[in-house]
Design a protein around this ligand. Structure first.
Ligand SMILES: Cc1cc2nc3c(=O)[nH]c(=O)nc-3n(C[C@H](O)[C@H](O)[C@H](O)COP(=O)(O)O)c2cc1C
Length: 323
């Protein structure tokens, strides 16, 4: 039987266990998106005994910035700070991934000073033209290239929580009638173009996709669509799928208090593909996390807020589950 503390080989890397710290914004970067000592310390305090650490969402373009002190991956000049971050974490024995993101119409134009963009227009955002989409694809590809140059073991593309790629995937936010809207194949086009370009840049480094698998809205994405999406992600070279919420976000009110609240969706995605799946949502107890692995519901579990609160969660879990 596979257990939480068992290793897992993903791509060229062997993760020492199946505990993942998911990407979580800290607000510790500078206003230009640079790494600070405080940000490095935050991760150093938490990375011991993790199988994998995913660094918070980093914006690939200024107009896609969500908050004032968000980490950036939009410019080559940020590589040296990112390199310090990746090296310090790897020196603790933990592989580290950089999440890259574009917030689309969730960006804060008061922070960026630039009009928001999205799949479809509203009174605050402009509908991306196909040549603008191409530019954003290149921004993702460049951010990924710089992340790898900065020494990260891989890149996670943020395709969940109602951000830009999710805005294209979800029929709630995508009302387009061109090749990027309408049927499932068209709604997947932009996210998959991003995945393919990023894959070209990062080659054999790990590629993760954070999939917003369900909008929790009858007008939104359906799990069968996300299963098809996952198959296409696998075919495009994604090594790990990190299953979370769609337009409903990462912490929908109605699911709070339930341990493992997105795991049933992750389990559905897992049935469709061969790549390992990360399950997340309200996980607190080591035994509960271990059971999810033993019962083969998911391959890895991510623990977010609990690791924020208790930096030693992974260490305590390893102690407790060790035989
Ligand atoms: C403060 C905070 C910041 C977050 N930032 C991100 C982020 O940058 N990228 C992302 O994909 N999810 C983000 N999330 C969602 C978490 O990765 C995770 O999916 C969510 O908190 C549910 O897991 P948990 O119940 O273990 O905390 C954030 C969550 C919190 C609480």
């Amino acid at each position: 039987m596979v257990r939480l503390l068992d290793s897992l080989k993903v791509g060229d890397i062997t993760l020492k266990n199946r505990i993942v710290m998911p990407p979580m914004y800290t607000g510790f970067a500078t206003k230009k998106g640079e790494v600070t000592e405080k940000l490095v310390d935050h991760y150093i305090d938490r990375c011991k005994n993790l199988g994998l650490l995913i660094i918070e969402h980093s914006y690939v373009a200024i107009e896609g910035k969500l908050s004032e002190r968000q980490l950036g991956a939009y410019n080559e000049s940020l590589i040296s700070g990112l390199k310090k971050l990746s090296r310090r974490i790897q020196n603790m024995g933990t592989p580290v991934i950089l999440q890259i993101s574009h917030a689309g119409n969730r960006a804060m134009s008061d922070v960026t000073g630039i009009k928001k963009v999205s799949s479809s227009p509203n009174n605050q955002s402009h509908e991306l033209e196909s040549d603008e989409i191409k530019v954003i694809i290149q921004r993702f590809a460049k951010a990924a290239e710089w992340g790898i140059k900065a020494g990260f073991n891989g890149i996670e593309i943020h395709g969940a929580h109602g951000f830009l790629l999710n805005q294209f995937y979800s029929p709630i936010t995508n009302k387009r009638s061109d090749q990027y809207g309408g049927c499932l194949e068209n709604r997947l086009r932009f996210p998959l173009e991003v995945v393919r370009e990023v894959k070209k840049k990062i080659r054999n480094k790990l590629l993760l996709y954070r999939l917003g698998s369900d909008d929790l809205d009858p007008r939104g994405t359906k799990i069968w669509e996300s299963q098809i999406f996952a198959i296409k992600l696998e075919n495009a070279g994604v090594n790990l799928i990190d299953v979370s919420g769609g337009i409903c976000g990462s912490r929908p009110d109605i699911l709070q208090g339930i341990q493992g609240y997105f795991v049933s969706q992750a389990q559905q995605i897992r049935k469709a593909v061969n790549v390992p799946i990360i399950g997340v949502g309200g996980i607190k107890e080591p035994e509960f996390a271990n059971r999810l692995i033993e019962e083969e519901k998911v391959d890895l579990i991510a623990v977010g807020r609990q690791l924020f609160k208790d930096p030693d969660w992974a260490t305590k879990t390893v102690e407790r589950l060790k035989i």
